[in-house]
Design a protein around this ligand. Structure first.
Ligand SMILES: Cc1cc2nc3c(=O)[nH]c(=O)nc-3n(C[C@H](O)[C@H](O)[C@H](O)COP(=O)(O)O)c2cc1C
Length: 317
C-alpha cells in the first residue's frame, strides 16, 4: 500500500486509522491496529474518569512502541477531562470529533501532539484548516455512530473538500475493502478511517452478539435515527423502529430524548442486547462477512488493494 502524507505525518506504515469507537474501541483493539501498521485509537467516549483513560494510555505505552491516538468527542461532558489527560500524558495523536476544532487544537499542537479533526462538510473542513489541525477526517453519512446533519456521502464530500483545503484528508464512512481504499486515493484522500470492520473484529471489546449482528447484516440493515436531533447510524432493530416512530410523530424533541434515554449503545455493544439497544454500525456492515482478527483484516485489505491496482493496470493494457 502506498506511502502518503498521512503515513509520513503519523509515522505509520499503512494509511489506515481505527476510528474512535465508544465501547468497542478499547486497548486490545488499538494495540492490534497499531502493531499491524495502522493507527490504533482509544475511544475517549468510554473513559468516564481520568483514571480510566490514564490506565489505557499507560497500557498502550507499555504494549506497543508504535504511535496511537485518543479520540475526544467534544459533545460529551467529560471532553475537557480527556483533553487534560492527553496533554499530561503526551499521547502522540488526538482525534477530536463532534465539536469546534478551535477549542483544543493549538493547546495540543504546542505540546507536540498531532491533531486530526472529524468533519462532515466543507464548512467544517475549512474551519479545521483555519484552526491549524494537521489533517481532517471527512466522515460520510455511511459511517456508524454519529453523523453530520447534511447527510453527505463520502463519494461526494471527498472530491469537493479536496479542492477547498490543502491539509491531508482522511476519508471515513462505508470503507471495509482494499478496493475502496484505492478508490479513496483516486479521489484525493491520503488515508482512510475504518470503524465498523474493527468494531466487529476478534480484538474488539464488543459483545459477540454485536459482532454476529454486523457479520450477518445486509446492505439495508442500518438506519439513521435522530434526524431531528443528532443523526446516529446503527443496525435496524425494535428500538430504532420505536425511535423513528417517535421522530415522525408530533412528540417534542425533548420528549423524544426522554424516551430514548441513556445507555442504548452500551446495552447493545457491551451487554449484547442488539434488539433493545443501539448497535452503532455503518453501511459497511454489508461488506463484513466473517469474524476476523485485526491481522487478518490488514492482510485482506492489502491483498484486495494490490489486486485492484493490478486490475486497473490490465484495463490500461
Ligand atoms: C461502534 C461505533 C462506535 C463509534 N463511536 C465513535 C466515537 O466514540 N467517536 C467518534 O468520533 N466516532 C465514533 N464512531 C465513528 C468511527 O470513528 C468511524 O469514523 C466510522 O465508524 C467510520 O465508518 P464505518 O463505520 O463505515 O467504518 C463510531 C462508530 C462505530 C461503528
Amino acid at each position: 500500500m502506498y506511502k502518503t502524507k498521512i503515513t509520513k505525518l503519523l509515522n505509520i506504515k499503512y494509511p489506515i486509522i481505527e476510528g474512535g469507537m465508544i465501547w468497542a474501541g478499547g486497548e486490545s483493539l488499538a494495540i492490534a491496529v497499531s502493531e499491524n501498521g495502522g493507527l490504533g485509537t482509544i475511544a475517549g467516549a468510554s473513559c468516564l474518569s481520568p483514571k480510566d483513560l490514564i490506565s489505557k494510555v499507560n497500557y498502550l505505552k507499555s504494549n506497543t512502541n508504535k504511535p496511537f491516538a485518543v479520540n475526544i468527542p467534544m459533545i460529551y461532558p467529560h471532553a475537557d477531562m480527556l483533553a487534560e489527560v492527553c496533554l499530561n500524558y503526551k499521547v502522540p495523536v488526538v482525534i477530536t470529533s463532534a465539536g469546534n476544532p478551535k477549542k483544543y487544537t493549538q493547546t495540543f499542537k504546542k505540546s507536540g501532539i498531532k491533531v486530526l479533526h472529524v468533519v462532515a462538510n466543507e464548512k467544517f473542513a475549512i474551519k479545521s484548516e483555519e484552526a491549524g489541525v494537521d489533517a481532517i477526517i471527512a466522515e460520510g453519512v455511511e459511517a456508524g455512530g454519529h453523523n453530520g446533519q447534511d447527510e453527505l456521502t463520502t463519494f461526494v464530500m471527498l472530491p469537493n473538500i479536496v479542492k477547498k483545503v490543502t491539509i491531508p484528508i482522511v476519508i471515513a464512512g462505508g470503507i471495509a475493502t482494499g478496493e475502496q481504499i484505492l478508490a479513496s486515493f483516486a479521489l484525493g484522500a491520503s488515508g482512510v478511517q475504518l470503524g465498523t470492520i474493527f468494531a466487529a473484529s476478534k480484538e474488539s471489546d464488543s459483545h459477540i452478539n454485536y459482532k454476529n449482528a454486523v457479520i450477518n447484516s445486509k446492505d439495508n440493515s442500518t438506519t439513521l435515527t435522530g434526524r431531528r436531533l443528532a443523526p446516529v447510524r446503527a443496525l435496524k432493530n425494535d428500538f430504532s423502529q420505536k425511535i423513528l416512530s417517535w421522530e415522525y410523530s408530533d412528540l417534542s424533541n425533548e420528549n423524544i430524548l426522554k424516551n430514548i434515554g441513556h445507555g442504548g449503545s452500551y446495552k447493545a455493544i457491551i451487554e449484547g442486547d442488539i434488539i433493545n439497544g443501539t448497535p452503532l454500525a455503518g453501511q459497511s456492515s454489508a461488506l463484513i462477512n466473517e469474524l476476523l482478527s485485526v491481522n487478518e483484516i490488514f492482510d485482506n485489505l492489502k491483498n484486495e488493494f494490490n489486486r485492484a491496482v493490478n486490475k486497473l493496470q490490465l484495463l490500461n493494457s
